[in-house]
Design a binder for this molecule. Structure first.
Ligand code: ZN
Length: 340
């Protein structure tokens, strides 16, 4: 099928589960209620995607507070009690981050419950996302390994363990989120890709990497405004991604200043093109979605195009995110009719 649709990862959480409109919300349930609430919200996320005509559905990331820390919570060797301030994404903004103080080990399974719950309730292809090793290493302080690359490889091994288990749970696509890839461009062709390869080692399911210019938070908007009219950062990393063993690359397209011609550098990969802008509440029309797909077809073979959101929708209003899901499904369908 041409132009299957999917989402980058997160959807807004229901307000009975967590504080709305926040990137880092507090849970509103506790204990067993929280465990059950996460599963109920997962089911709701899957149903909303199915009804919107999304072909490859996700868990909406209902069970994690944040896309990086949802994983770190399950890792031993990290001190969350004594956070330190660190410049994130090459000092674009400061954040209080936990500190690695010992050998990193998984405490157990990370996303088993939600993955199995989603798997049990949908016949569609299922995607689960994990943070990428480079992005994790840029979101945590190191007081143990003494070397960022060594620490990233240790995280890659843990990610691989969870990814293999997710595959066994029946997950069809495992995606690694690497927004740090367009910050440390020079390091991507070297250890960035190597760490990803370690994370996908032995996987037979589809693998994907999501890269992007970040959520619509102020620090990111200011940074993007400083990048000029054409964003060429990806020019440095696409050839390395094209040569990698990763199957799919997800990135923003609609309302982006990334020149679409750069997409031709991803030769041989499925490209998850963002046709839904997560930085604006204006809901796209199906016609606009189909138009973006048409523009991308000049640079990516149509059999390799997957319609997607630019990034996660976690901080958005629920009604808007739901309307955007419907536009995504309808836009992909319209493009199928137009460009078959
Ligand atoms: Zn993103």
């Amino acid at each position: 099928m041409l132009f299957p649709s999917t989402i980058a990862g997160s959807l807004p959480k229901p307000s009975w589960l967590a504080e709305p409109n926040k990137l880092w919300p507090q849970w509103r349930l506790q204990g067993d209620d929280l465990i059950q609430g996460k599963l109920d919200a997962t089911l709701l996320a899957v149903k909303l995607q199915e009804d919107a005509g999304i072909d490859i559905v996700g868990d909406g990331e209902m069970s994690r507070q944040h896309f990086v820390h949802g994983f770190l919570e399950f890792v031993d060797g990290i001190d969350f009690a004594h956070k330190v301030e660190m410049g994130i994404r090459a000092d674009r903004y400061k954040a209080m981050v936990p500190v690695v103080r010992g050998n990193l080990m998984l405490k157990g399974r990370v996303h088993r419950e939600e993955a199995r719950h989603a798997r049990a309730h949908t016949k569609r292809q299922l995607k689960i996302t994990l943070p990428g090793p480079m992005t994790i290493s840029d979101t945590i302080a190191d007081a143990h390994y003494g070397d960022k690359v060594k620490m990233a490889m240790a995280f890659a091994d843990l990610l691989n363990k969870e990814a293999r288990a997710l595959q066994a749970d029946g997950v069809d696509v495992i995606q690694f989120d690497e927004p740090a890839f367009n910050v440390f461009m020079d390091e991507v062709p070297g250890w960035g890709i190597e760490a990803l390869h370690r994370a996908i080692d032995g996987l037979a399911c589809l693998t994907a990497v999501h890269i992007c210019y970040g959520y619509g938070i102020k620090a990111n908007i200011d940074w993007k405004n400083a990048l000029g009219s054409e964003w060429m950062q990806y020019e440095k990393i696409f050839p390395a991604l094209a040569k990698s063993r990763i199957g799919q690359v997800s990135l923003e397209c609609i309302n982006s200043r990334v020149p679409l011609k750069l997409l031709s550098l991803l030769d041989g990969k499925d490209v998850l093109i963002g046709v839904i802008d997560v930085a604006t509440d204006a809901v796209e029309t199906p016609e606009r979605v189909a138009q973006v797909i048409g523009e991308v077809m000049k640079f990516v073979p149509k059999q390799r195009i997957v319609a997607c959101t630019n990034c996660g929708m976690a901080p958005m209003r629920r009604d808007i995110a739901e309307a955007k899901l419907i536009a995504l499904g309808a836009g992909a369908k319209l493009a199928r009719e137009k460009y078959a």
